[in-house]
Design a protein around this ligand. Structure first.
Ligand SMILES: Cc1cc2nc3c(=O)[nH]c(=O)nc-3n(C[C@H](O)[C@H](O)[C@H](O)COP(=O)(O)OP(=O)(O)OC[C@H]3O[C@@H](n4cnc5c(N)ncnc54)[C@H](O)[C@@H]3O)c2cc1C
Length: 287
């Protein structure tokens, strides 16, 4: 772990220790996972917390547990480990692409799943749209016990969570879905994607879409499902061109955010092409 100067760092050994330390320090305390976001705060002129609780040594947060009906990913699992452990497993093709294409290899080796989900001020995160498509649940540790929230609800309230709350894991139900993830990075945007489309589809025995989940990231302030397009896809073959044409007619659902790397209208305009690529990826990955 990199040194933090000026602030205090307590390395917790268990979730209970971490929660107790956070509760003791109130708004002055914050979790420290991979540190990739926290360590760049000074160059962004952002405030760092006076007291950090390091999570990296908590064994329970570092486990990926694969069962027949669900997968649990501990909050401190890095993007790199997620890729290594879930590659080739259904229904993780889209999620593995999301984790494996985020940022760059150095960041992926340190940045954690819990840290990615907790950076509410970063609209271009790859994991939220991929997890939205998988109906993931986020497991939270609080001084009062453990609770689980649907990822939509977690994303809506994460900014306002009590500072003594930890993301402890992510639960993914294993269903027979095809999943894909497509992102558009631009050279001038550095490592950040300007728009992201994740998709999960269930096909019936005639090859028609029975159920679809599509989520869009980086276009607005937080990732969200594209329910208008999901409804339109049902009953159609999962075809990249057809999906892109349906997406074109549903672009009014988004108001793109303007940013230094791309204007809002551009982020919306590229969505049909990303839908086409996400469908291709899902058909290729078949998991
Ligand atoms: C150059 C660069 C490029 C990047 N490009 C991408 C990209 O293309 N796609 C992408 O998805 N991401 C990208 N990221 C973001 C990167 O994924 C995040 O920095 C990372 O996921 C944060 O994880 P971390 O473990 O390092 O969190 P930390 O830096 O340790 O923490 C980040 C925040 O989350 C809080 N936190 C951490 N863990 C928990 C927890 N378990 N419970 C509650 N709160 C917690 C911390 O208190 C802090 O507020 C990029 C980052 C950098 C620096």
């Amino acid at each position: 772990m990199p040194a933090i100067s000026g602030e205090k760092l307590f390395m917790a050994g268990t979730v209970a220790d971490a929660l107790a330390a956070l509760a003791d320090h109130g708004p002055e305390g914050a979790p420290f996972a991979g540190g990739t976001w926290i360590m760049r705060a000074p160059i962004r002129r952002e405030r760092r917390a006076p007291f950090y609780v390091g999570l990296g040594r908590i064994a329970a947060l570092n486990v990926v547990d694969v069962a027949a009906d669900r997968i649990r990913i501990g909050a401190c699992v890095t993007h790199g480990r997620l890729v290594a452990q879930l590659a080739g497993l259904a229904p993780c093709h889209g999620l593995v692409t999301a984790a494996g294409s985020a940022a760059n290899p150095a960041i992926r080796g340190m940045a954690t799943v819990g840290g990615n989900l907790s950076t509410w001020d970063f609209p271009a995160a790859d994991l939220p749209p991929a997890l939205l498509c998988l109906d993931a649940e986020i497991e939270l540790g609080t001084p009062g016990g453990t609770e689980r929230l649907a990822i939509e609800r977690f994303l809506a309230m994460r900014r306002d969570l009590d500072p003594a709350t930890l993301v402890t894991g992510v639960m993914i139900p294993r269903r027979p879905v095809l999943t894909g993830h497509a992102r558009l990075p631009l050279r001038k945007a550095g490592d950040y994607p300007v728009a992201i489309v994740s998709l999960a589809g269930v096909l019936d025995r005639n090859g028609l879409v029975e159920d679809a989940r599509i989520a869009v990231g980086s276009v607005e302030a937080s990732a969200r499902r594209w329910s208008g397009l999901e409804r339109k896809l049902v009953g159609h073959p999962l075809d990249p061109e057809e999906a892109a044409a349906l997406a074109e007619a549903e672009l009014g659902a988004f108001t793109g955010r303007d940013g230094i790397e791309a204007p809002g209208w551009y982020r919306v305009q590229v969505l049909p092409a990303l839908v086409r690529r996400a469908v291709h990826a899902a058909l290729r990955g078949q998991s």
